[in-house]
Ligand binder design. Structure first.
Ligand SMILES: [Zn+2]
Length: 271
């Protein structure tokens, strides 16, 4: 599943390719990927210029000359920027035709991805973006006490709380394991036992790991390969996720499911 560093990598590549182009037509082959009325969606987007690409958490934001197109890749969504004779496979569900005669194809084997249109005025005050918590790679103005208040009432494992995008945005199953390892916190710990100092550690590690993963263009593993000619290298820096022994104390890592997600941690180093 693409997490914040992978979505940021997609944003950077698409910025180079798409800014300045107009969307001249859209072919929607699987309408359920679009939220709202399909014809309204098309009318709002066709003949608009792509001015900029932004991101908040795992949401990709195409800023148009009027309005914004939002894309969430969810489990397996990917974009391909290709010539107009590209063979369209059955997993390509949305095709944006561009003013330079190229195509932006959206492929999604599991069809969990979503597209929305929002006016620029409503962009950050309506779902989905008003539901996104603090994105540490964008916002330096957050209050750690406000974040702590949201965590300290929860009687669920800290890993599950960190996967909740409405508190801290951007983590998915890979990076959350890495963050908790570096912060020396057991992912099963109930959120209401986390101290303010531990939350500070988590936040600092999130910043470091996101920065390094973005520098390395994200992680390429079985469940996520990029599509835009980018091969992420952060898999070479993972310390616990998918690993068998702790890089620090050499103990065998524990594997358990938390909230249905396979979790890797060290019983000795993470408390
Ligand atoms: Zn260890």
């Amino acid at each position: 599943m693409p997490e914040l560093p992978e979505v940021e990598t997609v944003r950077r590549v698409l910025t180079e390719e798409l800014v300045g182009l107009d969307i001249t037509d859209i072919d929607i082959r699987y309408p359920n990927l679009i939220e709202g009325d399909i014809n309204e969606f098309k009318n709002n987007i066709i003949n608009k210029k792509i001015c900029k690409l932004d991101r908040l958490g795992k949401h990709l934001i195409f800023i148009l000359n009027d309005g914004a197109l939002l894309s969430h890749l969810r489990m397996e969504g990917k974009f391909f920027y290709v010539d107009n004779d590209f063979p369209i496979n059955k997993h390509i569900h949305v095709i944006f035709k561009l003013s330079n005669n190229k195509l932006l194809c959206y492929q999604d084997v599991r069809k969990f991805g979503r597209f929305n249109y929002r006016s620029l005025n409503d962009l950050y005050t309506t779902p989905p973006l008003n539901e996104v918590g603090v994105d540490l790679t964008i916002n330096n103005n957050y209050s750690i006490n406000d974040i702590y208040k949201k965590i300290i009432n929860k009687k669920i494992p800290i890993k599950a709380t960190l996967l909740d995008q409405s508190i801290l945005a951007g983590l998915g199953n890979i990076y959350v394991d890495e963050v908790l390892y570096e912060a020396h916190i057991n992912p099963n710990r109930l959120s209401n036992t986390i101290t303010l100092e531990e939350l500070e550690l988590i936040i600092n590690q999130m910043k470091i790991i996101f920065d390094n993963a973005i520098l390395n263009k994200g992680t390429t593993i079985k469940s996520y390969t990029s599509s835009l000619g980018v091969i992420g290298n952060y898999q070479n820096f993972l310390k616990v996720h998918t690993k068998s022994s702790c890089p620090c104390c050499k103990s065998t890592l524990t594997r358990v499911k938390i909230k249905g997600r396979m979790t890797y941690y060290c019983e000795k180093c993470q408390r």
